[in-house]
Design a protein. Structure first.
Length: 148
């Protein structure tokens, strides 16, 4: 009987703390930190250029449409900065791959797009970090630039 009480007490404790594990911490982090990671240039390469929010790009000669990347990553025992920088890099890799698949050489007007909420910024990206997972959503226009 005492074994059942312990299980019941544990169940109540887990139910009471469950929502704290599910709550999002929404953070805005510097784009520069993520793209300056040593792994970033190696993984991204230089075949696709990225322009955030209203950053000016050279003349656009062809547009291919909007693309969205919405990756998640393991965030367990990681700081928001570490987990979010990695998942941001994953989002850029996804945008790069989508742009390459249609013949684009750049992605312009990149903005955070978590739950379809537009957050344009030239310097920061939005990340949602939970206890076990972090996620970034980016949206941008795949284009072909004239002088690239």
């Amino acid at each position: 009987m005492s074994h059942i009480r312990h299980l019941l007490a544990l169940s109540v404790l887990l139910l009471a703390t469950g929502p704290s594990f599910a709550a999002d911490d929404v953070v805005m982090l510097p784009i520069a930190n993520a793209i300056s990671m040593p792994e970033a240039q190696q993984k991204l390469g230089n075949s696709i250029k990225f322009y955030f929010a209203t950053q000016p790009a050279t003349r656009i000669i062809q547009t291919f449409g909007k693309f969205v990347a919405n990756p998640k990553t393991n965030a367990f025992a990681k700081t928001a900065g570490t987990a979010c920088d990695w998942v941001f890099l994953s989002a850029l890799i996804s945008l790069r791959d989508q742009a390459q698949s249609v013949g684009a050489n750049a992605v312009v007007n990149i903005e955070s797009y978590y739950n379809t909420r537009e957050v344009p910024s030239q310097t920061e990206f939005e990340c949602h970090k939970r206890f076990l997972m972090a996620g970034v959503a980016l949206r941008g226009d795949a284009v072909r630039l004239a002088d690239h």
